[in-house]
Design a protein around this ligand. Sequence first.
Ligand code: 6GU
Length: 268
Amino acid sequence: MRIDIISIFPEYFAPLGVSLIGKARERGTLDIRLHQLRDWAHDVHRTVDDTPYGGGPGMVMKPDPWGAALDDVLDADPAARPRIVVPTPSGVPFTQKLAMEYAAEPWLLFTPARYEGIDSRVMAEYGSRLRVDEVSIGDYVLAGGEVAVLVMVEAVGRLLPGVLGNARSAVDDSFAPGAMENLLEGPVYTKPPEWRGHRVPEILLSGHHGKIARWRRDEALRRTAKNRPELLSALPPEGLDKHDRALLSELAELAELGFPVGGQDVAD
Ligand code: 6GU
């Protein structure tokens, strides 16, 4: 997969040289190209922002440098067309589903902005010829889109074939389609079996694969009820077995009685 990133802070993307994503780049699975937006700003100060029409606080990114940068990056490979991703807190939510969609694209182009964002005519112009998504990574405001791009590139990159050591890791993700869709993963443990007086749940040491799978599912349901109860109402009923439904009604009852759902933190 090819990924282009146009930013006034290309140095922000140094972490993409590290760990899984860094290795994927070395292997050629990921071809990430960084561009300095100011290279397309031609006044002496290499200005990329200006005051907003209509007034208001902050500055808006000028359309000209973005247009020139995008044209050059697009024209370098006229046979192909990237999907353009514009990070903005006003965008559609970035989800595992969107990450999977992006992982199937041959070419992504990210345009992280600073200030109050990019002049909207840029998105209108390229949106008439290419797929342009305005995407948010959550309900909070960052100082710029760079960190959001790091988040999205990592979420997409780990889904590419061969990037994760263990192919099942991505299959079992909390938000991946399948039996665990919209369920949070439960707690995990490794050696030693006892640490500072805390024992690993005995079932995990038992070797009973069926019982372990059931226990893990119970813990996933408990944790989801406690941390993300709104996800439970989105679970498809046909994805729940008798045992799931019994546990969920027990958890719902506890919640209605004012007990914390999830069992472990009785002190909450
Ligand atoms: Cl994509 N950008 C900025 N600046 N803030 C955000 C965001 C993006 N997503 C959530 N907050």
